[in-house]
Design a protein around this ligand. Structure first.
Ligand code: HEM
Length: 544
């Protein structure tokens, strides 16, 4: 084990954050919007926002809105927190309008269960944003694909060839090797007494695992390839955050694209180059291989003229970009939050380490097969995901008329489900803002009762939903848990940790950065542009 012995000379990087009362992006969007066209403003003032009504007696609750901007002024620097504040004040199901776009906001487990379970099929698509057909392979992606043959085909492939239980067993050696590489890199820094940027290291780990599992290759094979992918993912977040706000521009959204279009095309070209380089290397190295990976299978379908579902090369590229964006930053971010909470709670840290030592001993590393015997580690990871979901808001679109509670849902209405709010709801959780992993430790008796409920179909309360749920729920849940458990256990097992330049015991600042504005300036390792943890993450170095 490596202990920290000396003070460190390197100072914490000064990524200062300026918190404003109203997010800059809001102001910029609004000013941009205002200066663009007064005619539209006048029209908007004259026309009342459409409210979603049901048989006329049920008007969806909605906070007071301003002309033109609707509820835009109610958003603060952190989007998901602003939405959380709105729901605590006005209720768990709200109608909101931001400039020219509108949506329903869902913030409680009971309303979410309608969407995740009772009306799952009706909400099996996602809404399209203003520029979604322009950014990164347009509408060919999997995450944004409408519910239909293409989505079903890709989902099945995803599960059978990459993320299902059997595939995860087959790819166990990849995660083991990459865990050892992560450890080696950290040990090297330790020997040199260097600071380690946890964010960079765990992102290399998740990137390379995903690359190797999906394309049988290591991102680290080529000089700087992991860094290149990490950079591209960060830039995608920045751009998506800027372009997302195009929606408030309504009929003028094309002008917004004109501003960012060149950046979007450049980003797509760089993803293209990366994937094409990769394809050239793989055909040089292998040609026809017996043990086909996901990329091989997709290329076969692409070349098969009789295939039931038509897959193009653009679909394949879009799919891999989606996997990187949805899978690598989210898992890496959760690892960082977990480590940060453990530094802030030394007694929890020691308990995790003691449990690992009692189960694994002192002579070998933690393996995935040890995880079922480490309930406290599992509880720490769950509690981290509850407090800091990397995708705090997920979106769905109603694709057929249906009812939520007493309200009729019109087709095409966009729904934002605030996962963050659900997992901090005091009706579901005692002391919801406290980090208390023990809440996830259930006694054997309780576990039996829970199992019985699951068998009888009564067990889903939808109050713990970091991965969403229903048919559009995250297919990478098992992989994410494997990666997070292993990485966190390895770091706790092998290193004593503290914030660089500070005394032992100094707390990591857990205040998330100011959301959208920060994403636009710095990019974010999270796949949701509405959430940002960079203040603590950037400032957070391990000293070994
Ligand atoms: C801590 C890690 C992760 C978290 C918290 C997370 C969370 C989520 C959430 C909230 C959704 C939306 C679910 C919904 O709308 O109901 C989602 C979708 C998705 N996730 Fe994850 N995810 C994680 C890791 C991964 C990994 C490792 C992969 C794959 C390598 C992955 C692939 C996807 C894909 C492809 C979708 C889109 C599914 C669809 O639209 O059908 N995620 N994830």
């Amino acid at each position: 084990m490596i202990s920290l012995t000396s003070h460190f000379t390197k100072s914490i990087p000064t990524k200062t954050t300026v918190v404003t009362t109203v997010s800059d992006i809001q102001c910029y969007s609004f000013l941009f919007f205002v200066s663009l066209n007064t005619t539209f403003l006048i029209r908007s003032i004259l026309s009342k926002p459409t409210k979603v009504t049901t048989n006329n007696s049920h008007l969806l609750p909605s906070p007071p809105a301003l002309p033109i901007i609707g509820h835009l002024h109610l958003l603060g620097p952190s989007l998901y927190k602003s939405l959380y504040n709105l729901s605590t004040k006005h209720g768990p199901l709200l109608y909101l309008r931001f400039g020219a776009s509108y949506c329903l906001l869902v913030s409680s487990a009971s309303v979410a269960s309608e969407i995740f379970k009772s009306q799952d099929l009706a909400f099996a698509s996602r809404p399209r944003f203003a520029f979604s057909n322009k950014l990164l392979y347009g509408t060919s992606g999997f995450v944004t694909a409408p519910y239909g043959d293409y989505w079903r085909f890709m989902k099945k492939l995803c599960v059978t060839e990459l993320l299902g239980t059997k595939q995860l067993e087959r790819s166990l050696f990849v995660r083991r090797e990459e865990k050892e590489r992560l450890l080696k890199r950290m040990l090297e820094s330790a020997r040199k007494k260097d600071d380690v940027d946890v964010g960079v290291e765990v992102m290399k780990f998740t990137n390379t695992v995903t690359c190797r599992m999906a394309m049988s290759t290591s991102c680290l094979e080529q000089e700087g390839e992991a860094e290149k992918i990490r950079g591209l993912v960060m830039e995608s977040f920045k751009l998506a955050a800027k372009m997302f706000f195009g929606d408030v521009l309504g009929p003028f959204k094309k002008l917004g694209f004109w501003v960012f279009g060149k950046q979007a095309l450049d980003l797509t070209r760089r993803y293209d180059e990366l994937l094409e380089d990769h394809e050239v290397r793989r055909s040089k190295n292998g040609g026809e291989r017996e043990d086909k990976d996901l990329m091989d299978i997709l290329l076969d379908v692409c070349h098969d003229e009789k295939a039931e579902v038509k897959i193009t090369r653009t679909h394949i590229k879009a799919f891999f970009v989606d996997l990187f964006i949805a899978g690598t930053g989210t898992s890496a971010e959760s690892m960082q939050w977990a480590i940060a909470e453990l530094i802030n709670h030394p007694s929890v840290f020691n308990k995790v380490r003691e449990q690992i030592e009692s189960i694994v001993g002192k002579t070998r590393l933690v393996e995935e097969s040890d995880i079922p015997n480490l309930p406290y580690l599992q509880a720490v990871v769950k509690e981290t995901l509850r407090l800091y979901p990397p995708g705090p808001v997920t979106t769905k679109e109603c694709c057929q008329n249906c009812k939520i509670n007493v309200y009729d849902m019109p087709e095409k209405i966009a729904v934002a489900i605030n996962i963050y709010a659900i997992m901090r709801d005091p009706d579901s959780w005692d002391d919801p803002n406290e980090f208390r992993p023990e809440r996830f430790l259930v006694s054997l008796n309780e576990q039996e009762k829970l199992d019985q409920c699951q068998v009888e179909g009564k067990g889903q309360t939808f109050n713990f939903v970091p991965f969403g749920a229903g048919r559009r729920g995250c297919p990478g849940t098992a992989l994410a848990f494997s990666m997070i458990h292993t990485a966190v256990a390895t770091l706790v097992r092998c290193f004593d940790l503290k914030v660089s330049g500070e005394e032992y015991g100094t707390k990591v600042d857990m205040q998330p950065g100011p959301g959208m504005r920060h994403v636009i300036e710095h990019g974010s390792p999270t796949y949701s542009s509405s959430y940002c943890s960079l203040q603590s993450i950037y400032c957070f170095y391990i000293i070994i």
